[in-house]
Design a protein around this ligand. Structure first.
Ligand SMILES: [Fe+2]
Ligand SMILES: [Fe+2]
Length: 267
């Protein structure tokens, strides 16, 4: 079994201070093979916020891979936003904005969807797509291809439809070439297996994870997702600090089975 932990939207600089240590303890207790952190490490892309986010991530003592979110590029400093968009990220986090990793049976492609021209919305870039298509074609047998990016590729009911440019044209090809799982954040909203019901199996298992730490008014159900990969099956367990508590606990697990190129909800 391969265990992945999907963490997103930490928002250091506007974080729930009382949840930082409980989050550390819960992530370590979950014992993942790899931590995937899908952007918004910071709230305003400031050096001190990047430093605190990286101190938190490195302090976990676990392997991790990460990619930028819209809050990780400058918003108000326009010269920096357009001329040094990912300067802070590359200085403090990593030079590679779209890394790729293998962990057990998982083959993880990260895409950088943060876009200084739209800021809030995102885009799938051609150079990321070329690299992902090449990786899908060259993958070893039995590997489960997973795409992680900040912006959602499919928007749940009640959210803006145009969140990420480039998805409609790219998605059919990604599915055809074997992409199986998508991990996203940004909405600060949970949807495990978007669109998959007992009656409607889907080719992509989309895991939309809520914010881990953001303290903006109205934020609730802070947490992260744990994915357990077995042969032709994935179980997803949200770990949530319910309102009014400062401890992350596993919530209801959902299990998905892969048959004939589709994910079926098994319970
Ligand atoms: Fe966010
Ligand atoms: Fe975001």
């Amino acid at each position: 079994m391969t265990r992945l932990l999907h963490l997103t939207d930490l928002h250091f600089g506007s974080e729930r201070a009382d949840l930082v240590q409980p989050l550390h303890e819960a992530v370590v207790a979950a014992r993942p093979d790899l931590l995937i952190v899908s952007g918004d490490l910071t709230h305003r892309a400031r050096a001190g916020q990047f430093r605190r986010a990286m101190e938190f991530l490195r302090g976990l003592g676990l392997p991790f891979v990460t990619l930028p979110g819209n809050h990780d590029i400058p918003l108000f400093n326009l010269p920096a936003r357009f001329l040094a968009t990912f300067g802070g990220w590359q200085r403090h986090v990593a030079p590679d904005l779209s890394p790729m990793r293998e962990a057990g049976a998982a083959l993880i492609f990260c895409a950088n969807t943060a876009d200084p021209y739209r800021w809030r919305g995102g885009q799938l870039r051609d150079d990321d797509l070329r690299r992902i298509f090449a990786g899908l074609k060259g993958r070893k047998n039995g590997m489960v291809p997973i795409l992680a990016c900040h912006h959602p590729l499919k928007v749940p009911a009640g959210f803006r439809r145009d969140e990420t440019h480039g998805v409609e044209t790219a998605l059919p090809g990604l599915v055809r070439d074997g992409l199986q799982v998508v991990l996203t954040g940004h909405l600060h909203h949970w949807e495990i297996g978007l669109g998959i019901t007992e009656a409607t199996p889907q080719p992509l298992l989309m895991v939309q994870t809520g914010t881990a730490l953001c303290d903006r008014p109205g934020e609730r159900d802070h947490g992260f997702s744990v994915l357990d990969l077995e042969a032709d099956a994935i179980s997803v367990t949200p770990w949530i600090a319910a309102d009014g508590t400062a401890a992350f606990r596993p919530a209801t697990r959902r299990r998905f089975l892969r048959r004939d190129g589709l994910w079926h909800l098994a319970g």
